[in-house]
Design a protein around this ligand. Structure first.
Ligand code: R5P
Length: 274
């Protein structure tokens, strides 16, 4: 692998642990000002110190992220459909590799919709992006999107989608955690990170998901709503970091979460003393 490509990946997947905590904040590209991401800067800023990479579009990057921030950027470069459409799979490449380079990002990300009405279009989009990425040393992440069909998230489907992306030549894939996830990992010769999906019932569920995904072979998470839609987003991401980089289990993560939550409540109650 070329030095530039390798260097960009190493900024996101930390060489010390071989793992990563990516913070996904790119939802507005098809969901608009979704709950708790209405003001991207307000959501993103407090979480940045605990993220290994930040996933955004160029619009949010330019308007809502301090260019002096020391955070590798995973740039969302596909789009074209909004939440108003039943079928979200009609996407194209929305951002040039030239602009990605100008923004000094560490990787570009694009959704593929395997099995959808625009399957071929999304796979060809990915192929073009990989060709350009190879030319400029820019890693490409495929996102195995399911649109509104969340029930598609099973091992058989995700193993197929991840493998297709790997065969096209991506450097990493974002997918979903599922039962029998090792089947997905085993079929993918490139690293996998897992998304969180819609907000789960409890933080225990989130910590179990992260722990199990890593145990099964994911190299990390690229998670959004289960972090920033929580009332205590910093506490959630700190706990996820401990699972990811310090091998904490879900119970230990919960303790970290509760401690951080209590400390925050004390800071709010008595800002002068702490
Ligand atoms: C979809 O908007 C993006 O691919 C998200 O970055 C991805 O779904 C991860 O975010 P979440 O954990 O909220 O599902």
């Amino acid at each position: 692998m070329d030095w530039g490509m390798n260097n960009r990946i190493s900024r996101m997947i930390k060489p010390s642990t071989g793992r990563t905590v990516m913070l996904a904040c790119d939802h507005g590209y098809f969901m608009g000002p979704t709950h708790k991401l209405e003001n991207p800067r307000k959501t993103i800023e407090p979480l940045l110190p605990y993220a290994d990479a930040l996933g955004v579009t160029r619009g949010v990057l330019r308007t809502s992220v301090d260019p002096r921030a020391d955070i590798p950027i995973l740039l969302r470069v596909s789009g074209g459909s909004s939440i108003l459409k039943e079928d979200l799979s009609d996407e194209e490449i929305t951002t040039s590799i030239k602009d990605a380079l100008r923004l000094n990002v560490s990787a570009v990300a694009l959704s593929i919709f395997v099995g959808s009405s625009h399957e071929k279009q999304s796979l060809i989009n990915l192929s073009k992006l990989v060709d350009e990425g190879e030319e400029y040393g820019m890693p490409v992440m495929a996102i195995t999107a399911v649109g509104k069909e969340l029930e598609k998230r099973d091992a058989k489907y995700l193993a197929l989608a991840c493998r297709l992306a790997a065969e096209i030549g991506v450097q990493m894939v974002k997918t979903y955690y599922c039962e029998d996830f090792t089947r997905v990992v085993d079929g993918s010769p490139v690293p996998l990170v897992v998304a969180g999906g819609p907000k789960l019932n409890s933080v225990e569920d989130v910590f179990n998901l992260v722990h199990n995904a890593l145990e099964d072979g994911a190299v990390g998470v690229d998670m959004g709503r289960n972090i920033w839609q929580n009332e205590n987003p910093v506490a959630v991401i700190k706990a996820i970091r401990a699972i990811t980089h310090e091998n904490a289990n879900a119970k230990e993560a919960l303790q970290i979460f509760e401690t951080e939550k209590t400390d925050k409540a004390k800071r709010v109650a008595n800002p002068a003393r702490l």
